[in-house]
Design a protein around this ligand. Structure first.
Ligand code: G4P
Length: 285
């Protein structure tokens, strides 16, 4: 299965992001906790150089807790601040605020030395499609929070939203494009829904998913669909179709329906908390 990404207007998006970077102190980068490296575009390291950096491992509610913990350590060792998150819930706010303050400590101290007091930290949210950027902005800085409006002469056309007393957020996220040479990463991004389904072959995608589940999360397919796992992915897909009554006219198994079902159930977390990418040295679960 081959995935391709056509950057299209990404040059424009990149230029816009370069401009926005001039206005901020902190880059809040969202990644998908199930594919934490594959769902990053490493170009952000160049775009956001000299800025404080915070990685939010979003959709942590869908990812394998042990792997997420290991990934947090991985990012922290590389010098990023990192927090796990479910962007749909406000519960993570306290941890994020604390981490933002830690990430911006140097800037805050610099301000204090210059006699600047209480200047809020300014941040922007970035990430590839579908990692939860809009959800994050809505949950944490949505309707309930007052917009600060444009600051004449400085940020023409920009809207800042107050996250709290100390932090202001640019109201539009920076969209990065998925970047991968490795087809394995392409597969992972397709599975988490960061590549448009219209250009994907869901039947093939489901077979790849079945293979991953068999290898990394034995027992999941049996528990969910009541099927024996010692079969090859195509047979397992048929077994899922039969188990879920995905049957076409003429009493034939409807693979495509079963394929869509299993991919959907993975994406929605119905199959359990499953990570697709594992930090080095932790290949097995
Ligand atoms: P984007 O701006 O980065 O493109 O992503 P967006 O916020 O649109 O989120 C993409 C999908 O991911 C949405 O689901 C959203 O609800 C879901 N989502 C965001 N954060 C989390 C999270 O932490 N955990 C889980 N489980 N889901 C999350 P959707 O199916 O497109 O819409 P809907 O389900 O909200 O109707």
């Amino acid at each position: 299965m081959h995935f391709q990404w056509y950057p299209g207007h990404m040059t424009k998006a990149r230029r816009q992001m370069q401009e926005d970077m001039k206005l901020i102190d902190l880059v809040i980068e969202l990644v998908d906790a199930r594919v934490p490296l594959g769902s990053r575009n490493p170009d952000i390291d160049e775009l956001g150089k000299n800025k404080a950096r915070l990685i939010l491992m979003n959709k942590a509610d869908l990812a394998d807790e042990r792997q997420t913990k290991a990934w947090m350590e991985y990012f922290q060792q590389k010098g990023y601040f990192a927090v796990r998150l479910d962007a749909r819930s406000k519960a993570g706010m306290k941890a994020i605020s604390a981490e933002i303050m830690k990430a911006c400590q140097e800037k805050i101290e610099r301000d204090q030395k210059r006699g600047i007091k209480n200047r809020p930290v300014r941040a922007m949210v970035v990430g590839i499609p579908n990692v939860g950027k809009s959800t994050f902005i809505n949950t944490y800085a949505g309707k309930a929070c007052a917009k600060t409006g444009n600051k004449p002469g400085v940020t023409k056309g920009k809207q800042w939203i107050k996250l709290n007393r100390n932090v202001e957020l640019l109201d539009t996220p920076g969209i990065l494009w998925p970047k991968f040479e490795d087809q394995q990463v392409g597969l992972h991004l397709a599975l988490i829904g960061s590549i448009k389904d219209e250009i994907l072959n869901i039947d093939e995608l489901s077979l790849e998913l079945i293979q991953i589940l068999k290898e990394k999360y034995p027992g999941v397919l049996k528990r969910r669909y009541g099927i024996e796992e010692d079969q090859q992915p195509p047979e397992l897909l048929v077994a899922v179709a039969v188990s879920r009554n995905c049957i076409k006219k003429g009493n034939e198994a409807d693979y495509s329906k079963a394929a869509a079902l299993i991919v959907d159930e993975f994406r929605g977390g119905t199959l359990g908390r499953i990570s697709l990418e594992f930090p080095e040295g932790r290949e097995t679960v």
